[in-house]
Design a protein around this ligand. Structure first.
Ligand SMILES: C=CC1=C(C)c2cc3[nH]c(cc4nc(cc5[nH]c(cc1n2)c(C)c5CCC(=O)O)C(CCC(=O)O)=C4C)c(C)c3C=C
Ligand SMILES: [Fe+2]
Ligand SMILES: [Fe+2]
Length: 353
């Protein structure tokens, strides 16, 4: 009796067995206007996993300092980044959503979401709920796990579904820095530049994090000393974001045959005066020319789509810094964006989740 009321057999076959795939990137402002950038920064930086200080202090910092003073400066940089298709981070997300749907076929429903701003995680999950999908795979677009990125996506998803009557079976992709196709994706782009120019040095610059955030994740309080310990990657330190970044470099160096001594790993975009993970990219770059390094191929493998952090920070600002210090040739390795090998990586991640 109940079954007949619930759904016709035709409607049932449409959804039964389908899996919802939520691909999630960080987010970006809706436009490069000051109010939209301010709205984005407020939502982003009020996340307690991003600025992990008590709520009252966070609110004073974000609403009293960052939103009024940083937003106008950031808006100018976002205007530089914006193209006719909008923010590259969102544009490539939309292309990847379509391509991945095509590759995965009818057994899956693929939805793009952003942790902050739009399209929201809420909207994506609600669509899955309306379709009656109770198998969901969440793929955060962060190759390395950090509480501020991947962790925040997990927390948001769980916060949304916790009140549903039928909580779906959810599988979360945790990290994919060691996926051979992810590594090969960056290697393919880099080979194009390496074939055309003989670079003195290779820089692998990752988004930074306050050291405090890594310390919090080290529940044993013995793993990360923020030094050479991060150079080896093992079962104990696999959740240390800094160690994951060094491992990403090691795999890329191996794939590209870069000799020892010809590459550096560093961390960019620090905010505030607390210690962030070192070495800092801007300090490393300033030293390059005086050490005889006049040409650099720069990678940004903490991101899978070009964004402010790659195109502007590494591609423009660090280039200027390098040239001011006496450097001659600087080239950014663009991100995976909508490359076929990135879509293949995602297909593998979904099918093995
Ligand atoms: C406390 C501050 C920040 C932490 C911690 C942090 C971690 C973190 N962020 C990304 C990915 C991206 N961040 C981007 C921009 C960005 N990040 C911060 C601050 C922290 N990030 C700020 C203030 C900004 C905005 C830049 C500005 O206004 O100047 C972006 C780019 C988004 C875009 O629209 O292009 C990405 C992507 C990760 C992966 C991460 C933890 C590892
Ligand atoms: Fe960031
Ligand atoms: Fe570490």
């Amino acid at each position: 009796m109940e079954v007949a009321v619930l759904q016709s057999p035709v409607a049932q076959t449409k959804v039964v067995g389908k899996t919802g795939v939520l691909i999630v990137n960080l987010g970006t402002p809706d436009s490069p206007s000051v109010p939209d950038v301010r709205k984005y920064l407020r939502e982003f930086l009020m996340d307690g996993r991003v600025i992990d200080i008590p709520l009252v202090q966070r609110s004073l910092l974000v609403n009293g300092v960052i939103a009024p003073f940083r937003a106008p400066k950031s808006a100018k940089i976002y205007k530089q980044l914006w193209t006719e298709t909008g923010s590259p981070l969102k544009y490539y997300g939309q292309v990847v959503e379509k391509e991945l749907q095509k590759e995965l076929g009818d057994d899956y429903v693929v939805k793009l979401a952003m942790r902050y701003q739009s399209p929201s995680i809420d909207a994506g999950l609600n669509e899955f709920q309306q379709l009656g999908l109770t198998n969901i795979i969440v793929v955060p677009f962060f190759p390395q796990y950090a509480s501020a990125s991947t962790g925040s996506v997990y927390a948001k998803v769980m916060d949304i579904v916790k009140d549903w009557n039928v909580i779906p079976a959810i599988r979360f992709v945790n990290r994919f820095l060691e996926h051979p196709k992810f590594i090969e994706g960056f290697a393919q782009i880099a080979r194009k530049y390496m074939a055309a120019y003989d670079y003195d040095h290779f820089l692998f610059s990752y988004h930074g994090l306050p050291e405090r955030q890594i310390r919090k994740g080290d529940v044993t309080k013995t793993v990360c000393q923020f030094g050479d310990c991060c150079n080896t990657f093992n079962a104990l330190n696999q959740h240390c974001y800094r160690a994951q970044c060094f491992e990403t470099t090691r795999l890329l160096v191996e794939a590209l045959g870069i000799p020892e001594g010809k590459y550096t790993t560093s961390f960019q975009s620090r905010l505030g005066s607390d210690p962030w993970i070192k070495p800092y990219t801007d300090e490393v770059i300033k030293e390059f020319p005086s050490n005889g390094i006049k040409s650099v191929l720069a990678f940004s493998p903490a991101f899978v789509a070009d964004c402010l952090e790659t195109t502007i920070e590494v591609g423009v600002e660090y280039k200027e810094l390098f040239e001011q210090a006496g450097g001659k040739h600087w080239q950014l390795v663009e991100s995976l964006n909508d490359s076929p090998i990135w879509i293949e990586t995602l297909v593998d991640l979904v099918k093995t989740a």
